[in-house]
Design a protein around this ligand. Structure first.
Ligand SMILES: NC(=O)c1ccc[n+]([C@@H]2O[C@H](COP(=O)([O-])OP(=O)(O)OC[C@H]3O[C@@H](n4cnc5c(N)ncnc54)[C@H](O)[C@@H]3O)[C@@H](O)[C@H]2O)c1
Length: 242
């Protein structure tokens, strides 16, 4: 067997939440690796990549968005379910049912809905990969966000494992990444308090947050044939945060 390849030449890669942060870095890295990339987001992404407006909580909008990707680029072979929100932590008693539902709607329902919409195209393409962006919060707990965030990301990990077993026989690999603290808009807000930021970093043996590119690199590895025997994994990318 030839050595599996890290490249994504010619593959159609759809990345949700790719206007900024980890998703944007992933879209850029996938393009560098030769992919034809679609950015699905509620706000515009990099001007040089195909932007398809898509709210991942709305099944109708999602169906139209994936139809557009197929029309413009061809059937999706790689889906990166990255779109997510991480509202700042509040005391548990103050977490409203609406806030709970909204977090689950974007972070977990969104993964389910986009996966269902993309799957017929991945099958049509003859197989592919799905990479979900979970979090260390799904295994341990969130330091800057709510219990709803942790629950949503735990759900993404369980969804990944189960779906991976269902789809592996068809040559569709499903894995997820579990980033620790990453530089960007979420932590600029949730860890704005210097004491909270240094308490978080104190738990990170690497002594710093990740850059979005450091997460994107692992996502693209899981999307590529270089990870051809990885199925249902939840890969920690967390600087040693345990
Ligand atoms: N930043 C971190 O420390 C960290 C750590 C672990 C996991 N994550 C996860 O990584 C992913 C990306 O995080 P980030 O730090 O890049 O966040 P970010 O806020 O910088 O980017 C999130 C992107 O998702 C988009 N988005 C939000 N709601 C959407 C919706 N309903 N439909 C479509 N797009 C939507 C936003 O417009 C934005 O472009 C999220 O799933 C997040 O939970 C982040």
């Amino acid at each position: 067997m030839p050595t599996p390849d890290l490249r994504l030449d010619g593959r159609v890669v759809a990345v949700t939440g790719a206007a900024q942060g980890i998703g944007r870095a992933t879209a850029r890295r996938a393009a560098e690796l030769g992919a034809r990339v679609a950015v699905l987001d509620v706000q515009p992404g990099p001007p040089d990549l195909l932007f398809v407006e898509c709210n991942v909580t709305d099944a109708h909008v999602i169906a139209e968005a994936f139809a557009r990707v197929r029309r413009d680029l061809g059937p999706v072979e790689v889906l990166v379910n990255n779109a997510g929100i991480a509202p700042p932590a509040v005391p548990f008693e103050e977490l409203s049912p609406e806030a709970w539902r909204n977090t689950l709607a974007v972070n977990l329902d969104g993964v389910f809905l986009c996966t269902q919409a993309a799957l017929p195209q991945i099958r049509q393409a003859g197989g592919g990969a799905i990479v979900n962006v979970a979090s260390v919060a799904g295994k341990l707990r969130s330091l800057g966000s709510t219990v709803a965030y942790s629950a949503s990301k735990g759900g993404v990990i369980a969804f990944t494992r189960h779906l991976a077993a269902l789809l592996a026989p068809e040559g569709i690999r499903v894995n997820c990444v579990c980033p620790g603290a990453v530089e960007g808009a979420i932590n600029d807000r949730n860890l704005a308090d210097p004491a909270r930021r240094s308490a978080t970093l104190a738990g990170v043996p690497a002594g710093r947050m990740a850059s979005p590119e450091e997460i994107a690199s692992v996502i693209c590895f899981l999307a590529s044939d270089a990870s051809s025997y990885m199925v249902g994994a939840a890969v920690d990318v967390n600087g040693g945060l345990l």
